[in-house]
Design a protein around this ligand. Structure first.
Ligand code: NAG
Ligand code: NAG
Ligand code: NAG
Ligand code: NAG
Ligand code: NAG
Ligand code: NAG
Ligand code: NAG
Ligand code: NAG
Ligand code: NAG
Ligand code: NAG
Length: 435
């Protein structure tokens, strides 16, 4: 808002002093407006507020209002002397002035009323003093609530489809469009393109991260409206396939259970729509699906073989993508324990992740158990072959041995494990860099 600035004050004082020198009096007239730019709403009344004061004795006060359109010469609107108002008859019902208040009321305001309004005040006392101001008026139509259309409306597969979001609005002048995602302004980027007026947002390519609540915010100087939230359907996955068991088993972990125990396996992967899961058992070079659904129950009593290869497969029937994870259940005849060897299709990746994540404390712990200098040497894919140690007598406890929580003790005394370590080539390279 531009009001009476210090600089203007300074010049006014200067003017006053010069006037004082010339005339011998300083009969000050100060004409002020709260703002030199006013935004009005189409159809509404608009007050152009003006304030003036002077310290001379006035015999007559004259107020004049003029209008200057964008492409026209100044037009006379109305004027007053003392209490008498003389309007231009053409605009008689549109403009109101109640002297000595110099403020002008425009009612109703129309788009055609946009332009500059000039007010001049003359005060006659011993001499005549005058002052004038100019106010720029802009007229806007308020925006209506926008509507967002999604193309396609059905949903898109990530990395395959594009999404176009179109913001449409009924009314409004000088509209500015802004896209919001989860309540925050969205900026152009490699995957986001806006149309020239920002009313359309194009997402190419669509990725899982684009899932969110989108809205379109439209605004102009007199109003702002936001659309309803749109959450485009994006199909993705499966991602992060993993098998867990109710015994806390994780990829790369080894543990034992008592004979007769039931183990529940749980297969999960992130995807939209939800994956279909299948459990596959491999025996004698043949594979067959033993169960559909995310859960598998293995009853150790019923497991006839010592080694069983399992696989959980997740399939997204919309993206057409699938992922698989293998694991092996080993039943030891004496210890009546399972030893699990988990294999991923890309084992080095899994192990690399684990290398990065493991805190140093774990290495130290692992070192204590492994009995050689670097715990890094322990990484690889293990095959555990159990050799019953009949001499050591008592049955093994069902202590859970799992990951770095591995506790050597009586389990180790009763069963001799021959551990065969495989280090994939890729891992060996990584491993050398680590060492
Ligand atoms: C009017 O005001 C000016 C300064 O604002 C001052 O110098 C002058 O003396 C005043 N005149 C009267 C008549 O009060
Ligand atoms: C305005 O009022 C003053 C006194 O208040 C008077 O002397 C003067 O004649 C009036 N002017 C008009 C145009 O009525
Ligand atoms: C003049 O009129 C305007 C609007 O009608 C009002 O806001 C303002 O306070 C008035 N000024 C005086 C000095 O009465
Ligand atoms: C007006 O002028 C006369 C003579 O010039 C002077 O006597 C008088 O004081 C002035 N009045 C005011 C209010 O300045
Ligand atoms: C997605 O946009 C790209 C580039 O604009 C275009 O080549 C491709 O055909 C579009 N794909 C779909 C499914 O509209
Ligand atoms: C999107 O909106 C829905 C409800 O309108 C809300 O439950 C969800 O948490 C929102 N998502 C984000 C990422 O803000
Ligand atoms: C942009 O697209 C690329 C694939 O072309 C994707 O890897 C990346 O995550 C996307 N960025 C955002 C912010 O969505
Ligand atoms: C479009 O939006 C960007 C910010 O996302 C802004 O910098 C630009 O001025 C906008 N363009 C128009 C025409 O509103
Ligand atoms: C299993 O398959 C391999 C090659 O794929 C073959 O050499 C072997 O004889 C097969 N074993 C049986 C039991 O079919
Ligand atoms: C795709 O999978 C979903 C969820 O598992 C299922 O509801 C839907 O019927 C499947 N569609 C087809 C065509 O198989």
């Amino acid at each position: 808002m531009l009001s009476w600035s210090p600089l203007a004050n300074f010049f006014w004082d200067l003017q006053c002093k010069i006037y004082f020198l010339l005339v011998g009096i300083c009969s000050a007239l100060k004409l002020t407006v709260p703002s030199h730019t006013v935004h009005g709403i189409e159809g509404q009344p608009l007050h152009l507020t003006v304030d003036y004061n002077f310290n001379a004795t006035a015999s007559e006060i004259q107020i004049i209002w003029l209008f200057e359109g964008p492409q026209s010469n100044p037009k006379y609107l109305l004027s007053s002397v003392n209490q008498t108002v003389v309007p231009d008859l053409e605009f008689q019902h549109k403009f109101t002035l109640i002297p000595p208040n110099a403020s002008l009321l425009i009612h109703p305001l129309r788009i055609s009323d946009e332009g500059n309004y000039i007010v001049k005040v003359n005060v006659r006392g011993n001499g005549t003093i005058a002052a004038s101001q100019k106010i720029q008026v802009a007229v806007d139509v308020p925006v209506t609530k926008p509507i967002v259309h999604t193309e396609p409306s059905s949903g898109v597969v990530e990395y395959v489809g594009n999404i176009t979001l179109k913001c449409t609005m009924g009314e409004g002048t000088r509209v500015v469009y802004q896209w919001m995602k989860n309540g925050k302004p969205l900026h152009a980027g490699p995957n986001y393109t806006f149309s020239s007026n920002n009313a359309t947002l194009l997402i190419v390519p669509v990725v899982k991260e684009d899932i969110g609540n989108y809205s379109c915010l439209v605004s102009n100087p007199v109003s702002a409206m936001e659309s309803e939230i749109i959450a485009p359907t994006i199909y993705y996955g499966p991602y992060g396939l993993r098998v867990k068991s109710d015994k806390g088993l994780n990829i790369g972990a080894v543990f034992t259970v008592d004979m007769g125990e039931v183990i529940l396996f749980d297969c999960s992967a992130d995807s939209n729509p939800p994956n279909t899961y299948s459990w596959i058992q491999r025996a004698d070079n043949t594979t067959h699906v033993i169960k559909y659904g995310p859960h598998l129950e293995v009853v150790s009593d019923k497991v006839a073989q010592k080694t069983i290869d399992y696989m959980c497969r997740a399939f997204n029937n919309v993206t057409g993508k699938r992922d698989e994870t293998h694991f092996t259940v080993v039943v030891t005849s004496v210890a009546m324990a399972f030893l699990f060897i988990w294999r991923r299709y890309q084992p080095h990746k899994v192990i690399q992740q684990k290398l990065q994540r493991r805190p140093e404390a774990d290495y130290r712990k692992a070192h204590t158990f492994s009995g050689h200098e670097s715990a890094l040497d322990d990484f690889g894919i293990y095959e555990f072959v159990a050799i019953p140690d009949l001499a050591s007598g008592p049955r093994v406890s069902s202590q859970t041995v799992h990951g770095s929580d591995f506790v050597p003790g009586q389990d180790m005394l009763s069963t001799v494990y021959e551990v065969i370590q495989h280090i994939p080539d890729q891992l060996q390279q990584d491993h050398q860099q680590c060492a």
